[in-house]
Each structure stands twice: as C-alpha cells, then as structure tokens.
Ligand binder design. Structure first.
Ligand SMILES: Nc1ncnc2c1ncn2[C@@H]1O[C@H](COP(=O)(O)OP(=O)(O)OP(=O)(O)O)[C@@H](O)[C@H]1O
Length: 749
C-alpha cells in the first residue's frame, strides 16, 4: 500500500488539500440537504469520538481488539481534524487523545458537500448528477479523504446511508483519472478493483450502482447460479471493476478466466455476513491471491472474531469509521417503528390488514424466518394483494425477475427470508413487516433498513405474540429504539384504507377507457344513485362480500367481541372469568361452550368483562333476555383490560417461550444463541394461559393449541356441556361469586 499511497499523493495532492478544508467545515455543520445528519447528530458523533481506550472498547462490535492496530479513529474526528493535520497526523499518537471540545461547529455551506465542488473528473460528476446524486452523504464524506489518501478502512454506517458510493466515489475518481491519462484502453486488461459481497443480489446491486456512476468503465458482476460463459466473455473483454460473490470468483480463478494479479483496491462489503453465509474460507483464499500492495476497505455491521482476524491479517494500519456507535439508535432516522401484538392463528389476516393500512398501496417487504413461510404467506396474500416470494430455493433467474418486478412496481408485496435483508437497495419501500421476530438485533436493523433509505421516511412493523413480549423489550434495548405498541387495525380502518387506495388506483385509469364506460356508469347512477359507485369501490377493494367480523382480542375472523357489564348493586360478588362462563351457561349454554378468551375490565368502577364468541352464537346471545342489572353489548373498541399491563415477574414462567427453550438455548437477553429465537415455530399466544389467572380460554372448537393437561383451561369447571358437564358445577356463581353453584341455583337469588 505504501507505493500506492505514493502514487496517490503525487496524483492527488492538490485535491486532497481541498478535501481537507472542505472536511473541516463539512463536519462542523452538515449541509441542509443531509437531513439525517443534523447538527445534534454530528455533535453526538463527535462525543462518541472521545476515543479513549476505555470508551473505544465500549463500541459494540468495534472494540479496540477488533482492529489490528490502535490506529483507529472515528470519521468525524478524522474529518474535523483534517484541516490542521496532514496525513501523518492520522497516525497513532493522534488516536487516543480526547477530541478538542472547543472545536466550533460553524455554519455549513451546502456547496462544500456538492458533488460539483469536489473536483471529480467531469465524466464522473456528470454521471452522478444524472442519477440525482448532488451532495455527499455523511459516510461518503467521512470515507472520502482517508480513502483518497490510500488508507485501509473499516467502516460502519446505518442502513441505506450510501455505503456503496462511500467506497465507490474515491475509487471511481482514481480509476477515471487514470483512464483519462491512458491513451488507449487495453483489451483484456485485468481488474483493478475487486468488490466481494455475500449475496448475489447485493453483488448485482453494487455493480449497478458502480456502472451507473461510471458507465465509461467496465464493470463485471460475477456470481453463482447462472452460466459461466457470459461472465467469462465479459472478463475477457477487459475489465476495470469486478463485483462478485466469493464462490464464483474462486471458480473463475481456477478456470483461468479471472486474474486478480493487478487488483489495487479490495472492498469487502457486509463482511460479517460473509461469515453468516459460510464464505469465510473462500474469502481468505481470494485475499491470498491478491497483490500485497493494495488498498482495503472493509464494511461490516458487526465485528465477529473472524472479521477481526481478517482485519488484523490483511489490513494495514486501518482507520475505523463508525457512524453508528454504541449509544445511537442503529436505525436510520426516518424509520417509524411499530410493534403489533398478534396470535399465531390470526397472523395472516393481520398481516393483510397491516399492508392495507400502513403501506397504502406502496411497496412492502415482509420478512419470514423460513422459506416455507415465505411461500405460504405470499400465497395467502395473493388472494387480495399482488405478492411474490423471494428466498434461497428460488432459482437465481427467478430471483432476479422477482426483484426487478418489485422494483418496477409490478407487484407491491415481496415476502422474503433474510436473504433480502442485507444490502438490497430497492427504492421507495414504504413498509417493512417482521412477520417473525428476527434472529438477532443486527438482522432486525438490516431488515428494517430496507425502508427509510437515502434520507426518506419509512415504517417498520414488528409482529409479535404475547409470549415474545420480553424479547421485544430486549430488542428495543439492543437496537436502541422504541416501538410504538399498537393494536392490529380495526376493520373500519382497513375498509377506509382500501377505499382510499381504490380511489388512487382509479386516478390511473386511462381517459379513453373512462369514456368507454361512461354511458353505463351514467345509467347505473341514474338507476341506483351513489350506491352504484360504492358497489364498484367495494368490488375493487376486494370486499364484494361484507367483511367478516373480527375478534378485538385475537383478531380471528368470524368471531366477535362482546362486553358483559354488571351493575354492582345487583350482586355482591366480583365478576370473575369463571362467573362469566357460568352466567353465559345460564343464559345460552352454547355461548358457554364456545366462549374464547375472557378478560376482565381494568377500570375498577366497571364490573365487567369482554369475551369472544363465534359470530352466529353471539347473535343468538344478543337476542336473549338477561337478568336485571346485566348488559351484553358488541364492542368496537376494547376497554383497558386487567392483563394489559407489563408482564409480571412470573411472566413467561410457563410460557411457550420457556417451553421452547428446552430445545434451543438462549442467552440472557432472550436471543437464541443458535439461529432463531424468532423462529416461525414460536409458540402461539397461549403462554399466559398457564401462568396467569386472569385470562382464560375454554376448550372451544378453536382452542387447538392449548394443553389438555391441568385444570386451568377448565373454565366454569366443565370441558363442555357435551362431556361430564352439568352434574357438578365447578365454577363460581355469577350472582354471589361463591364456588360450586350456578347463578340460577344461587341461594341468594
Ligand atoms: N449522495 C447521495 N445522494 C443521493 N442518493 C444517494 C447518495 N448516495 C447514495 N445514494 C442512494 O442511496 C441509496 C442507498 O445507498 P446504498 O445502497 O449504498 O446504502 P447502504 O448504506 O449500502 O445500505 P445497506 O446497509 O442497506 O446496504 C441508493 O439508492 C443510492 O443510490
């Protein structure tokens, strides 16, 4: 690298001075266009840059031992110091010193970060501007100077913040300048840049970004799953940049189609993910084949041991640029986070509603844990929403078609396994849904980062079950984020959003088609009034039949939630789940047999409970005459419930999560230590059936998942009127609250 540095210095010395000056003011205050790097954020970054040995160790995944030398600094520190420091000042003794707190943050000049002011080769500037890239993003600004100085780098920045061009711009600058000096472009020239990525999709995306930014250079993408011939031919025509996955690169080297003997720049993108997908050996084989004189840039979200080892072995005196740090929220600023409580049985229905209400017709990516789930969920959605699955079992060709179709808006929901979570840059994804909890916080960050990219806004929704509450809290702590806990959308919201979306769709109908249908529309309106248009809207929204009712408790279709309220002056006993069942059995015994979960109302002034019943049974029950002082109503909104509060210390003691943990070890924060705490095989929400006494569920026809052992589920003391039933009443009386008799037999009646 030393010689390369020498060359760089000769070629670029004047420019570097300019960049250093720019860097100082740029750091001092961000350009207004960089909305997600506001002043306070930068001040925070600067605080992080207090790079004493101690706090450096605190940087998660970026401990001092992670890096080969103590020569690691945070980019903002590097940047803010560039004015007064030469390249040499980026060396050892600078690093461990505290930053100069007096360093003033002066007003920024937007122009100083403008691509047009960077003195890049005109061709490069033009191509970038044509793509709408007019100003540097923070990670690009942070990487630019040290990269141009030829330094080895280890870098980390939030998702969607422009890491590709962070290494792309300095490398392309050098390549373009050299290209201009060259009189003729040699055919069969060997690649000068190698970018290694862990997935094929990411490789293609990086290639695209580079190609579009420097179309005059030859960039070739190589990855498995497709024919060798096209890739071999492209390589043989002469190439400047090779982007690819390790396996195919090794194959091409072994087949003498790829010679890496002239590589000057190596970029390892998503280095930690290389490990996750088992490429570590291949990466090392490739690195051994590269010339030792080269510049290395390693991008990694975390620093597992292997990545540290790699950095120590192959990087020279690397500079660490960390725009995430330990304290910061690791997600890009524009991402709103929601957590929605679901149940295993109602998940698919809720998912559809979430897509309708939150994406409003925009692009959504749904993440599942397993390939099978991705297929199933995509298929289930496809009834009403255009959707495709993406996972490793799908052929490469089809994967590309699917991704292109999604990019072009041919369908709106992509259901993917984590193969798509890393690095994929699909513009304008409005919504990310974690259908299953991710395996670890990093996966959560990467999945969520598919939205809110390049400074845009987006929403990420985590679907979780009752038994996963604690893990959700751990996730908040680990990621440094806060979820807004919300209920699944009510059917009214779903209908409203559907109608809004249909109206938007109607705007896209071609005027000529409208003309063709106008006479019929006029006739319909004359005959039926606005009802005709309403019918058309209902049909287009997929609601040609009235929406089936939904439980407000667990959102299952075909169920309704009723509220029983009892005037305290008519009874001495408090309402309990058992007494509710007893009462139902007196009024209409099928209701007692079929009742779902019963929750007591939290408001102490109301002696009441809510419970679920199948629609038909609820209808019958609502027609029955009730004893004085009692009311039963269908509710459209749940009142606060007694077991809504935070989990007690006993939470999860008998939950599905704990039961699962016999098979999978977890660390103390609830993550599975092997893959998959959020596995699709996670339990239903029946965890609290066994550990809590305020929420009950009968053995109704839908109670498929609960244990048949133990008595907790024996609401009202009987399994059903079809079993031992009526002879001995084990529940408590709705009238007096005492055990052993029904309200109808109550001595106090
Ligand atoms: N300076 C810029 N101005 C405008 N858009 C930019 C700029 N830099 C990058 N972009 C765009 O931002 C998007 C995200 O960039 P990129 O994919 O490089 O992010 P990333 O940090 O690598 O994300 P991930 O961590 O998810 O892989 C891309 O569409 C890219 O073209």
């Amino acid at each position: 690298m030393a010689s390369l540095l020498g060359v760089t210095a000769i070629h670029h010395a004047p420019n570097l001075d300019m960049y250093r000056r720019m860097g100082t003011t740029a750091t001092a205050s961000p350009a207004p266009s960089l909305s997600f790097a506001d002043k306070s954020h930068l001040i925070a970054l600067k605080a992080q840059a207090c790079f004493s040995g101690t706090n450096r160790r605190n940087l998660s995944g970026f401990s001092s031992s992670a890096i080969a030398t103590p020569n690691s600094i945070l980019s903002e520190e590097a940047f803010s110091s560039l004015d007064g420091f030469s390249k040499d000042s980026l060396d050892d003794n600078f690093i461990d010193s505290e930053p100069d707190s007096s360093l003033a943050f002066s007003a920024a000049d937007d122009d100083e970060l403008a691509i047009s002011k960077l003195h890049l080769p005109q061709r490069l500037t033009d191509a970038l501007q044509k793509r709408g890239i007019t100003h540097l993003f923070p990670i690009q600004r942070a990487v630019l100077v040290p990269a141009l100085e030829g330094r080895d780098l280890i870098a980390r920045a939030k998702t969607g913040t422009g890491k590709t061009l962070a290494f792309g711009i300095p490398i392309l600058k050098k390549l373009t300048e050299d290209d201009e000096l060259r009189s003729s472009r040699r055919r069969s020239r060997l690649p000068r840049v190698l970018v290694l990525t862990p997935t094929r999709e990411l490789a293609k995306q990086v290639e695209k970004e580079i190609k579009e930014s420097a179309p005059y250079l030859n960039t070739v993408c190589v990855y498995g799953g497709v024919s060798y011939v096209t890739q071999q031919n492209a390589l043989s025509r002469g190439v400047d940049v090779v982007v690819g996955t390790p396996g195919r690169i090794i194959d091409l080297i072994n087949g003498n189609s790829l010679n890496l003997g002239e590589v000057e720049y190596l970029v390892l993108d998503e280095a930690d993910q290389m490990l996750a997908v088992g490429f570590e050996e291949d990466v090392e084989v490739i690195l051994e084949k590269l010339p030792s004189q080269r510049q290395n840039m390693l991008f990694s979200a975390t620093m597992p041991t292997w990545v540290k080892k790699l950095a120590r072995k192959y990087l020279e005196n690397p500079l660490t640029i960390d725009l995430v740090g330990d304290q910061d929220e690791k997600l890009a600023e524009g991402i709103k986070l929601h957590a929605i409580l679901t149940t295993a049985t109602s998940k698919q229905t809720i998912l559809r509603d979430l897509v309708t209400v939150y994406a409003k017709g925009g692009k959504t990516i749904v993440f599942t844990q397993t390939k099978r789930d991705a297929d199933e969920v995509s298929l289930a959605l496809a009834n009403s929403i255009t959707s495709e699955a993406l996972h490793g079992d799908i052929s490469q060709h089809q994967r590309e078609r699917t991704l292109n179709g999604f990019r072009q808006g041919k369908f709106t929901v992509l259901v993917a396994t984590d193969v798509a979570s890393r690095g994929l840059d699909i513009p304008n994804v409005d919504l990310v849904i974690h259908y299953e909890l991710p395996n670890d916080p990093e996966t959560f960050v990467h999945r969520s980062g598919r939205t809110g990219r390049a400074g845009k806004e987006g929403t990420a929704i985590l679907m979780f079950t009752n038994s996963q509450r604690r893990t959700v809290r751990s996730l908040e702590r680990d990621v440094g984020c806060k979820f807004e806990f919300a209920n699944p959308p009510a059917i009214e919201e779903v209908l409203e959003s559907s109608a809004e979306q249909v109206v938007v769709t109607l705007r896209g109908v071609h005027p000529e088609s409208i003309e063709f249908f106008t006479p019929t529309a006029q006739k319909l309106i004359d005959e039926q009034g606005p009802g005709a248009l309403a019918a058309a809207l209902a049909q287009l929204s997929g609601f040609s039949h009235p929406p089936s009712s939904r439980s407000l408790i667990n959102h299952e279709q075909g169920w309704v939630t009723l509220q029983l309220t009892r005037d305290p002056s008519y009874s001495r006993g408090f309402l309990s789940a058992r007494s509710v069942t007893g009462f139902l059995s007196d009024i209409y015994s099928p209701a007692a047999d079929e009742v779902g979960k019963i929750h007591l109302i939290a408001d102490e002034r109301i002696n009441g409970a809510v419970f679920d019943l199948p629609e038909e049974i609820a209808k019958e029950l609502l027609n029955k005459e009730l004893p004085e002082g009692n009311t039963i109503l269908k509710v459209t909104k749940l009142p606060p419930l007694q077991d809504d509060g935070p989990p007690s210390d006993n939470y999860g003691r008998f939950s599905g999560r704990e039961r699962n943990s016999r098979n999978s070890s977890r660390d103390r924060r609830g993550y599975r230590t092997s893959r998959g705490w959020g596995s699709s095989r996670d339990s239903d929400d029946d965890g609290d059936l066994f550990g809590r006494n305020r929420s009950f569920r009968t053995n109704s026809s839908r109670g498929r998942n609960f244990k048949s052992s133990g008595d907790d589920w024996l609401i009202g003391g009987r399994r059903s009127s079809r079993s031992s039933s009526v002879d001995r009443f084990g529940g408590s009386c709705f009238n007096c609250g005492r055990m052993g008799h029904r309200a109808s037999e109550c001595p106090d009646k």
